[in-house]
Design a protein around this ligand. Structure first.
Ligand code: GLN
Length: 477
C-alpha cells in the first residue's frame, strides 16, 4: 500500500478486499507519521493506543459482518485545539502544556463512531491565532511542498499532515480562514462549513461567533464524506443547527451545467499576478464545464479585516480570561499574591500574538470604546452578510482566491502583524457571514507553490459547493 496517497475510498477498498486489516493500516500509518514528522513538525503528539483500539474495533465489526462505518479504519489527524478525552490538549500554548481533557468534542465522538482512527494531534498557531503556524509554542510547521515556507495557519499542522500523506484526512478549525488558507498553501482541500453546521462542543473557544470545525483531505469526495459524519445538531452546542445533513457525495456527479457563478471584483485587486492567473484559468475550466460566470460586487469587503480584528479579538479577550493559573495546568512560579499569579501566569504563558489580541480585544470592549468599535464592527458585519445575501439572489456560488499570495517564507512576516493579517483578506468575509466556503487546489506557481481557489455558497448549501468543487477537480485533470 502507498500509505502517503491513500484516500477514504482506497482504505475502504483495501479493507473490503482484505488487502490489509485496520490494525495493520493503523500500525503502518503511525510508523510512517512518526518517521516523517521531523520534516514538518506537523504533529505535536501521537495517540497509538487509542488508534489501535479504534482499528481493532473496526476489524471486529468487519469480522462480524457489521457495517464498520463510512470512515472505517481511516487514519485521521486532529488539530490540537479540539478536545480528545485522555489525550493531551495544548492549543500550541505553554499555558496548556500538560492539560488532559476529561471529555471528547462532539466531532470526535462522531468521527470515531464512524470508524475513524485518530493518529494524533496536530500543531497550530497558539489558540488558533495566526496565518503561518509560526505562533506555536512548540515550533513552527514546515510546508511539505516547500520546506523553507510556512504551511499557512492556524491549522498548519493538519494541512501539512494531509499534504505529506501522514494522515488520510484531518480536522482543523477556522475562525477567519484557518482551514482554507493552509489548505491553499499546502495544495489540499479544506472546508469551512456553514456556521452551526458542526457542533463546537469541545472546540477550544477563540472567537465563538466565528469558530468552525472543518475537514482537510486530498480529494473533494473525502471532505464531503468527513463533513457528513461530523455535521448535525448537537444538544451540547446551542448554536449548532438542526438543518438536515444531506448525503453530500450524492452531488458529486460532475454536472454543473447552467450553474451561475459570481466573480467579486473586490477580490481580484490585490493579487500577485500568478495567483490571479491561476484563478482566471480555474474560471475558464468552470466555464468549459457549462457554468455561467458574471462579475459581481461585494462592496463592504474593504472593511472586512478591520471588522474581523475587532470582533475576533473582543471575543478572544473574553474567552481567554479563563487561563488564569487557577483552573488549567500552567501557573507561574512567581505567584506570591493573587494578582501576581494572574499577571505572571498570563505574562509567561501566553505568546506575543495572544497578548496582542487580548489587549486589543479588551480595549474595544472597554467602557467608552464599546460603541465606537465593537458595536460598529457588528454593524459592518451585518453589511458584509447582506452583500453576500444580495449576491446569492443572482448567483449560485461565488468564486474567489483564498489568499492574495502563495506560501511565504518562514520568518518573512512574523515581525509585521499587519502584513500577516492581510493573508486573510479573502477568507474573513465568508467567516463573518457564516456561509460555507472551501479551498480546492487550482494549480501551482512557476516555483511549484500550490494555489487554492475558494468556492462560497448560501447558508447550508454545502451541496452546491461540493458539486462545483468536485466537477472542478475532475475537470482540471
Ligand atoms: N489568521 C486568522 C487569525 O489569525 C484566522 C485564524 C483562524 O481562522 N483561526 O485570526
Amino acid at each position: 500500500m502507498d500509505i502517503a496517497s491513500l484516500t477514504i475510498g482506497q482504505v475502504q477498498a483495501g479493507l473490503g478486499a482484505r488487502a490489509f486489516s485496520a490494525v495493520e493500516l493503523a500500525t503502518e500509518a503511525l510508523r510512517f507519521a512518526d518517521a516523517e514528522n521531523a520534516k514538518t513538525n506537523a504533529y505535536l503528539s501521537f495517540s497509538p493506543e487509542r488508534a489501535l483500539a479504534a482499528a481493532q474495533a473496526v476489524d471486529e465489526k468487519i469480522a462480524r459482518r457489521v457495517d464498520p462505518g463510512p470512515l472505517a479504519g481511516v487514519p485521521v489527524a486532529i488539530k490540537d485545539v479540539i478536545l480528545t478525552k485522555g489525550l493531551m490538549l495544548t492549543c500550541a500554548s505553554r499555558l496548556l502544556e500538560h492539560y488532559i481533557p476529561p471529555y471528547d468534542a462532539t466531532a470526535i465522538v462522531r468521527l470515531e463512531q464512524a470508524g475513524g482512527v485518530i493518529l494524533g494531534k496536530t500543531n497550530c498557531d497558539e489558540f488558533a491565532m495566526g496565518s503561518s503556524n509560526e505562533n506555536s509554542a512548540f515550533g513552527c510547521v514546515r510546508n511539505p511542498v516547500a520546506p523553507d515556507r510556512v504551511p499557512g495557519g492556524s491549522s498548519g499542522g493538519s494541512a501539512a499532515a494531509v499534504a505529506q500523506g501522514t494522515a488520510v484526512v484531518a480536522l482543523g478549525s477556522d475562525t477567519g480562514g484557518s482551514v482554507r488558507q493552509p489548505a491553499s498553501f499546502c495544495g489540499v482541500v479544506g472546508v469551512t462549513p456553514t456556521y452551526g453546521r458542526v457542533s463546537r462542543y469541545g472546540l477550544t473557544a477563540f472567537a465563538s461567533s466565528l469558530d468552525h470545525i472543518g475537514p482537510f483531505s486530498k480529494t473533494v469526495r473525502d471532505s464531503a464524506v468527513l463533513l457528513r459524519v461530523i455535521a448535525g445538531r448537537d444538544p451540547a452546542d446551542s448554536t449548532s443547527a438542526s438543518a438536515p445533513v444531506p448525503d453530500y457525495t450524492a452531488a458529486l456527479d460532475g454536472t454543473v451545467n447552467g450553474l451561475k457563478l459570481g466573480l467579486p471584483r473586490e477580490y481580484l485587486k490585490d493579487l500577485t499576478s500568478e495567483t490571479g492567473d491561476l484563478i482566471a484559468r480555474g474560471v475558464e475550466v468552470l466555464k468549459k464545464l457549462g457554468c455561467e460566470v458574471r462579475d459581481i460586487s461585494l462592496p463592504a469587503t474593504e472593511y472586512a479585516i478591520a471588522t474581523y480584528y475587532i470582533i475576533a479579538t473582543a471575543e478572544a479577550s473574553s474567552n481567554l480570561a479563563r487561563y488564569d493559573g487557577v483552573r488549567y495546568t500552567f501557573r507561574s512560579g512567581n505567584s506570591g499574591t493573587l494578582s501576581d499569579m494572574y499577571r505572571n501566569t498570563r505574562g509567561e504563558g501566553f505568546g506575543a500574538e495572544c497578548k496582542r489580541r487580548i489587549m486589543l480585544g479588551t480595549y474595544v470592549l472597554s467602557a467608552g470604546y464599546y460603541d465606537a468599535y465593537y458595536l460598529k464592527a457588528q454593524r459592518v458585519r451585518a453589511l458584509i452578510a447582506r452583500d453576500f445575501a444580495q449576491a446569492f439572489q443572482q448567483v449560485d456560488a461565488i468564486i474567489a482566491p483564498v489568499s492574495p499570495f502563495p506560501a511565504f517564507r518562514l520568518g518573512e512576516k512574523v515581525n509585521d502583524p499587519l502584513a500577516m493579517y492581510l493573508s486573510d483578506i479573502y477568507t474573513i468575509t465568508g467567516s463573518l457571514a457564516g456561509i460555507p466556503c472551501m479551498s480546492v487546489p487550482c494549480g501551482k506557481t512557476t516555483e511549484g507553490l500550490p494555489v487554492g481557489m475558494q468556492i462560497l455558497t448560501r447558508h447550508f448549501d454545502e451541496t452546491t459547493m461540493f458539486r462545483l468543487a468536485y466537477a472542478f477537480e475532475q475537470g482540471r485533470v
